[in-house]
Design a protein around this ligand. Structure first.
Ligand code: DOR
Length: 443
């Protein structure tokens, strides 16, 4: 008789690369070892997944967890706690902490801090700066690093690579994915007079306008082609950029956010005020419609959350002294499941955007699909559950979500990280077992 499994998940609908099948999953030593009928198999533990759909673990490739630095907003424990409660099994964390993650020592520090405290698997971006540009090729290959992050427009924190010469130096150094916050800093500075002495927050998308985003993305694509470097354009917000990106599929991948897919100006600013303020901004409905069209057309590669917590007190400051950013890691999947229930996207597309997409973009080793030999990362969802998103459910230290009070259909029921059940029925279980994500050597 073969060795017993550590865990058998039985009776669920399993989303395999070929689509949904009724099957059991056998897990051994953190990996998927069998998919099929395992009714008679010996197992140390069993999980009854009847009426649930077993998805490959959701990977959120854009979160800001604030540690080291302003940990009064969030830290690696609270951030990954929210991730696990939201059905996320792995996160890629951004470098605009304090100090910023721009050196080998800063990367080692983040990895050490995450050890024994992270509820999910994780990797860290190395932040690009004019000072470390020449060194990025080495830094991006350190264990636990998912890629490079470059801010072409100023946002939260001090990281900035604004001019073509320095953008070129970053793109010329290394070969992993360069992820980019694409807003043209020169234009942002020129237009800052519009808001700097105080304005209504509804001016935010006017200051950081469509041209600010398009100009930066045009420059980025031109330079990326020149340097034969693959780039990943984060949180794309405009119809015009989507048109442009559709013509550069060979060199650029695309992320969109649930915030931009769900909310629209001016309504969001009237209702939420500065709690809808983020960079790049939430824009009018024509852009939101264009993002959905780009999802339908296959232009979008993944959906991340851009979880960017700030306290209520900070957000309540008068605009523009209010910081930009919304929480999101915990609501990423519920919002997408709700869009699915409303017929906006299929389950296959949802899985592509949240698991297979990130795995493909970043060359993740052993994650992103339910298949033999892959990590046993699963997000178990009830596609029919009716729930309400509330601030009380949010684990983030900042304690709020822009979607408080929203009724949704579809909910994460369990989060399994390499065979460990870390969340079940809205409660955390086991202990923080998160480990660094591994990447393919050759990319
Ligand atoms: O709104 C944002 N907030 N956009 C960013 O680019 C950074 C983020 C943050 O870290 O607060």
């Amino acid at each position: 008789m073969s060795e017993p499994f550590d865990l058998v998940i039985h009776g669920g609908t399993v989303f395999t690369p070929g689509g949904p099948v009724s099957a059991d999953i056998g897990v051994r030593a953190g990996k998927t070892e069998a998919i099929g009928s395992l009714a008679g198999a010996a197992a140390a533990a069993r999980f009854d997944a009847a009426h649930l759909t077993v998805l490959p673990g959701v990977i959120d490739e854009q979160v800001h967890f604030r540690e080291p630095g302003p940990v009064h907003k969030e830290d690696l424990e609270t951030g990954t706690r929210g991730a696990a409660l939201g059905g996320v099994t792995a996160v890629f964390e951004m470098p605009n902490t304090d100090p910023p993650t721009t050196t080998e020592a800063a990367i080692a520090d983040k990895l050490a801090r995450a050890k024994g405290r992270a509820w999910t698997d994780h990797a860290f971006y190395v932040g690009a700066s004019p000072e470390n540009a020449a060194e990025l090729g080495r830094l991006e290959r350190l264990p636990g690093v998912c890629g490079v992050k470059m801010f072409m427009g100023s946002s939260t924190g001090s990281l900035l690579v604004a001019d073509d010469e320095n953008v070129s130096r970053v793109l010329a150094s290394g070969s992993r994915r360069v992820t980019v916050h694409s807003e043209d800093d020169m234009r942002l500075q020129e237009r800052s007079a519009l808001v700097k002495d105080g304005a209504d927050v509804s001016m935010h998308p006017e200051w950081r306008d469509v041209e600010t985003a398009v100009r930066s993305t045009e420059r980025l694509l031109r330079l990326a082609r020149q340097h034969h470097r693959r780039v990943h354009v984060l949180h794309v917000t405009t119809a015009e950029e989507m048109e442009l990106l559709a013509r550069h599929r060979d060199i650029a991948t695309v992320e969109v956010l649930p915030q931009h897919l769900t909310l629209a100006a001016p309504e969001c600013y009237q209702r939420l005020g500065t709690f809808a303020q983020m960079n790049p901004p939430i824009r009018e409905a024509r852009h939101r419609d264009a993002l959905w069209a780009a999802i339908d057309a296959g232009v979008v590669d993944c959906v991340g959350s851009d979880h960017a917590p700030h306290t209520r007190e900070e957000k309540a400051r008068p605009y523009p002294r209010s910081p930009s950013g919304l929480t999101g890691v915990q609501t990423l999947l519920p919002l997408l499941l709700d869009h699915m229930a409303r017929g906006r996207l299929t389950l296959a597309r949802l899985v592509d955007l949240t698991s297979a997409g990130p795995a493909r973009i970043f060359g993740i080793a052993g994650k992103g699909r339910v298949a033999k030999g892959y990590d046993a990362d699963f997000t178990l969802v009830d596609l029919k559950a009716k729930r309400t998103i509330t601030n009380a459910w949010i684990a983030s230290r900042s304690g709020w979500t822009a979607f408080d009070g929203m009724d949704v259909t579809g909910w994460p029921k369990a989060t399994i990280v390499r065979g460990h059940i870390v969340m079940r029925d809205d409660a955390l279980l086991d202990k923080p077992v998160g480990a660094p994500v591994r990447f393919q050597e050759t990319l």
